[in-house]
Write a protein that binds this ligand. Sequence first.
Ligand SMILES: Cc1cc2nc3c(=O)[nH]c(=O)nc-3n(C[C@H](O)[C@H](O)[C@H](O)COP(=O)(O)OP(=O)(O)OC[C@H]3O[C@@H](n4cnc5c(N)ncnc54)[C@H](O)[C@@H]3O)c2cc1C
Length: 355
Amino acid sequence: MEKNIIIIGAGLAGLTCAYLLQKQGIATIVLEARTRLGGRIDTIQAAEKTNIEMGATWFGSKHVHFTQLLKELEIGSFAQKMDGIAFFEPMSFEPAQQFQIPANQETSYRVQGGTAEVIRKLAASLPSDSIKKAVQIKTISQRKKDLLLTDQKGQTYSASHVISTLPPNLLAQSIQFEPALPEQVFSIFQQTHTWMSESIKFGLVYKSPFWEKKGFSGTMFSQCSISPELYDHSNYEGTTYALKGFLSGQAMHFDQEKRKTMIVEQLAKAMGPEARDFIAYEDRLWSEEVFTHTPYKSYVMAHQNNGHEVYQNTYYQGKLILSGTETANQFGGYMDGAVSSAIRAIQEILRDDII
Ligand SMILES: Cc1cc2nc3c(=O)[nH]c(=O)nc-3n(C[C@H](O)[C@H](O)[C@H](O)COP(=O)(O)OP(=O)(O)OC[C@H]3O[C@@H](n4cnc5c(N)ncnc54)[C@H](O)[C@@H]3O)c2cc1C
């Protein structure tokens, strides 16, 4: 039988699957709902060509699968800047406390050129017509010898094997299966946490790193202001300057202008009035990203069911394989989990007699 593999989703897991299969001489088609690649990896270029990571940013030396992929793709990394004075705001009516982060903390690394560099290089390694954007898969049906997929326009695709890389809760709630998957499996999908899908990230671009000049690291933790956590986000080369962090969940109830004002005032209070001299503000509410997040049917805890055994099984007689970071039994939710889930998925494909 002819090899005919479709991968749903062109995030880190989907593109890694396609890349690894291509290395084995096996061609694939990757179908992506968005008009951009990368999924939860999205490095945007703000003012003054300043890269801001709106999605995944950090990894550690324990993330061996992701680190190995960077090595293979010849992409460099650098340590997150943490030296200098950091701030901690315990209460709104007290000034922020200043402290030094202990040197023995585990180092977090960033990707040189931005995390999207990984996506760019993976995509560049594949034939250009093998990735199709703006194709949202709506149904997966089992036929005698293959699986039939339908997209939002009613176009159909048939495949000997399908690898889904969708976050499982999204998969369960946005794709119709024919015949239905076992009830127990479906219910685990719906109770699987999608890492970071409810987070809000922001970035502020500056002409110069005013915080550095004042001996500050750019790190701040707060229990009472709009941003609970932020860091220096200048680039590896030291030519673009930014601060980047998370906004608390309540921030989604404010409009963007209000969010911007509140974060700038938080920074100005701790780091000085120079914080108001930013040249660009960006933020992203991931809960509004319909190709990442969908509300849960019931309460789900962080990382719940990540790597569950239902993801280690295949369905429709080995034709449907589940990949994507939430299916990984180690570092599920993280980039490393996305890469290891891709390795497992292609081992499954290579094991199958049809190939
Ligand atoms: C704000 C934020 C911060 C993060 N920070 C970190 C970090 O610092 N370190 C870290 O390791 N990880 C971090 N992560 C997690 C990291 O981004 C993910 O682990 C990783 O990118 C997941 O890759 P994936 O391919 O498994 O899933 P995704 O990136 O979610 O890819 C799934 C793809 O499927 C597509 N899709 C969805 N529905 C359909 C459909 N019906 N048809 C076709 N395509 C579809 C989506 O558009 C998407 O491209 C962060 C994530 C976010 C959102």
